[in-house]
Write a protein that binds this ligand. Structure first.
Ligand code: NAI
Length: 288
């Protein structure tokens, strides 16, 4: 059993690797830089014995960062814009050629809000921008699944996961149109999970992750306040990117083969906490 150091918050802890993904082949979307949830997950999947293909939008590949990860996890990088079906078809074709067979797991870790980028509030959405946001952040999940389904590119008992956020269920004002995108994303996991489960026993879930300091996360207005609030409102504190990676490894492994069509909260207890002492205290400045 291998023991490797992981960066956790401000300290380094040692995590054991259990070879949970030995012999499995996976495609990971969305590793932009070392903070990305997809980046941390690729490292952890590799530690657990998986063979990987990394993919991102051509514009993100031009940054070049992903090549560092590719070297670490010994994976090829195949560009694909998730809004283009032909890119996704080529991605699955090339991945299957590389692996010499079908894929066992896929991580969709992709999101972008055009209205947020342009500084537009939820009550003044530009619908052209909104269409792009929904296409990149939600319909792309359907496109990935439909491409794989038509090509029969995922092995039976394979696992597909997309990353979501609790704004799909509750209002977080500055999360803007991404709340609707995440609600759609979670709905696609349920609907496609039915068809893919019935036809090929492939499972599909979303993981609703704590706020995490990444490029996409920090793009949300007031993110630092968001992050601190969630930290105070979660009995276990916020789940880090490395914690998320560990949970995803479990979901890609055979230990979770009967879990499908779920939105799974990975948030230190935030979603089921009404209030905490720390938050109450912060409402009474004299006692804070
Ligand atoms: P990130 O910025 O590192 O990752 C987002 C990725 O989406 C980037 O790699 C970007 O290149 C990719 N992308 C954007 N447009 C694309 C396109 N057209 N084709 C292919 N790829 C494209 O940020 P992070 O936080 O790792 O985000 C990953 C996922 O996790 C997103 O779905 C995000 O909404 C979700 N999430 C993030 C949370 C956070 O607080 N950071 C919390 C909960 C969920």
């Amino acid at each position: 059993m291998k023991i490797s150091p992981y960066f956790y918050g401000h300290k380094t802890i040692k995590l054991m690797a259990y070879q949970l993904l030995k012999g499995k082949k996976g495609i990971i979307f969305g590793a932009l830089d070392e903070k990305s949830l997809a980046w941390r997950t690729a490292l952890r999947c590799f530690e657990e014995g998986a063979q990987l293909v990394l993919t991102n939008a051509p514009v993100a590949l031009r940054m070049g960062e992903i090549n560092k990860l590719a070297e670490l996890v010994k994976a090829p990088v195949i560009g694909a814009d998730v809004t283009k079906s032909e890119d996704l078809k080529k991605l699955f074709e090339d991945s299957m050629t590389h692996f010499g067979g079908k894929v066992d797991f896929v991580l969709h870790s992709v999101g972008m809000s055009v209205n947020m980028r342009k500084g537009k509030a939820y009550t003044e959405l530009d619908y052209g921008f909104n269409q792009k946001t929904l296409d990149i952040s939600a319909m792309s999940f359907h496109r990935v699944l439909q491409t794989a389904y038509e090509m029969d590119a995922i092995n039976s008992w394979g696992s597909v996961v997309a990353l979501s956020y609790i704004a799909a269920q509750r209002v977080f004002p500055d999360y803007n149109e991404m709340a609707d995108a995440k609600a759609l994303l979670e709905s696609i996991a349920r609907s496609f999970g039915y068809y893919y489960g019935m036809k090929r026993k492939v499972r599909i879930n979303t993981v609703s992750q704590s706020p995490t300091k990444t490029t996409a996360g920090s793009g949300v207005k007031g993110f630092d306040g968001f992050f601190e609030y969630a930290e105070k409102m979660s009995p276990l504190g916020n789940a880090s990117a490395d914690d998320c990676a560990g949970y995803l490894v479990l979901l890609f492994s055979d230990l979770t083969k009967m879990i499908t069509m779920q939105n799974l909260f990975h948030d230190g207890g935030f979603s089921f906490t009404g209030v905490t002492e720390a938050v109450v205290a912060s409402m009474k400045p004299d006692q804070a």
